[in-house]
Design a protein around this ligand. Structure first.
Ligand SMILES: *Cc1c(COP(=O)(O)O)cnc(C)c1O
Length: 355
């Protein structure tokens, strides 16, 4: 049965990427060896790594002066690596608390210095992006989470700061056009919009590093990874390869301008049904709605059993909301076809007819 994968992460990847990845595991590029059994120092794999890094720069239109790394440890390790590499001894960083992932980043940063949480939407179960806040001056950096995967909110405008701007873009990188050069450091776990779990993309402006006065363990030091071309130790070869395939797929599709247009159409289709259908309520504040994670609840909880039966029967998969929000979450990342969203919309309309 055809499945429609709305999973929040790990998540849907393009079918053609999965097929090529499967082939490469058995016989990579016709060399009669598997991608995952050749040396990461072989010319074949170095080419994969270099291609992946340059596709990132090209797709994001990054100016000179940025390095691209494929690391391990997930976005969760970046919560502390960013602080370790950027917060000065006796320094101070500012954080916006817009969800559970931000809160985890804040917790890690507190181990390194003074953390000023200058805006939070926690009291409203993170159903919106805070507005009207004042960004303190004199911070080493400001940290934000551009898309809040669990709550379905997304920054449309970014804070201005006289410090550095650091962004966890795990769940919306490569999904919309932004001036990526506004950011000094971007990180993203691959498994939301780029590849399998197991690698984390880090994009960092070289000139911001080496200024904290801290001694950083080698594996946690961005400068070490940069100096070794992202191969300080054995890189996660398979996730890097699959990420490269997805980035190539995106480039062939027309890059971020093309995918942004599709993402806007896809999200509009689903939000329009949530707003039209009296049986559903959107969770996130309208002006902050995410193009990637669409959160909604049933107006009447008694309809849950019928609705769950309907979407299961239609092959819809992975729309149960995160336990902290309840309800439903449809994650509609880059690889999600519009037809699958139409299937979900049809199910929502079917519920109206059945009850
Ligand atoms: C999933 C997610 C994370 C955690 O990523 P891991 O790779 O599992 O550590 C962090 N931030 C955001 C925004 C996420 O969506």
């Amino acid at each position: 049965m055809k499945k429609h994968n709305f999973s929040a992460g790990p998540c849907i990847l393009p079918q053609e990427v999965l097929k090529k990845a499967a082939e490469a595991v058995v016989n990579f590029n016709g060399i009669d060896l598997s991608l995952i059994e050749i040396s990461h120092r072989s010319k074949e794999f170095i080419e994969v790594m270099e291609n992946a890094r340059s596709l990132v720069k090209e797709l994001l239109n990054l100016p000179e002066g940025y390095s691209v790394l494929f690391l391990q440890g997930g976005a969760s390790l970046e919560f502390l690596m960013t602080a370790y590499n950027l917060m000065k001894i006796d320094g101070k960083a500012g954080y916006m608390d817009t969800g559970a992932w931000s809160a985890k980043a804040i917790k890690e940063a507190k181990q390194f210095g003074d953390v000023n949480v200058f805006a939070s939407s926690k009291d409203a179960v993170y159903n919106h992006i805070p507005k009207g806040y004042v960004v303190p001056t004199g911070l080493d950096y400001v940290h934000i989470t551009s898309n809040n995967t669990i709550y379905g909110t997304q920054f449309k405008e970014f804070p201005e700061t006289d410090g550095l701007l650091v962004c966890d873009m795990s769940s919306d990188i490569f999904s919309r056009q932004l001036d990526f050069s506004k950011f000094d450091l971007i990180y993203a776990g691959a498994q939301k919009n780029m590849g399998p779990a197991g690698t984390t993309l880090v994009i960092v402006k070289d000139e911001i590093l080496g200024k904290t006065g801290r001694t950083i363990p080698a594996m946690l030091d961005y400068q070490v990874h940069i100096s070794k071309d992202s191969m300080f130790n054995t890189p996660p070869v398979f996730p890097v390869y699959v990420s490269m395939l997805t980035l190539q797929w995106l480039k062939d599709l027309g890059g971020i301008p093309a995918i942004e247009k599709l993402n806007e159409e896809k999200a509009a289709l689903l939000y329009a049904e949530i707003d039209r259908n009296p049986l559903f309520n959107g969770f996130a504040a309208k002006e902050d709605r995410s193009l990637m994670n669409v959160t909604f609840t049933l107006a009447n909880a008694d309809h849950q059993a019928v609705f769950d039966k309907l979407w299961n029967a239609a092959g819809v998969n992975g729309i149960k909301g995160h336990r902290s929000v309840g309800g439903y979450r449809a994650s509609i990342y880059n690889a999600m076809p519009k037809e699958s969203i139409q299937v979900l919309v049809d199910v929502m309309q079917q519920l109206e007819k059945e009850i």
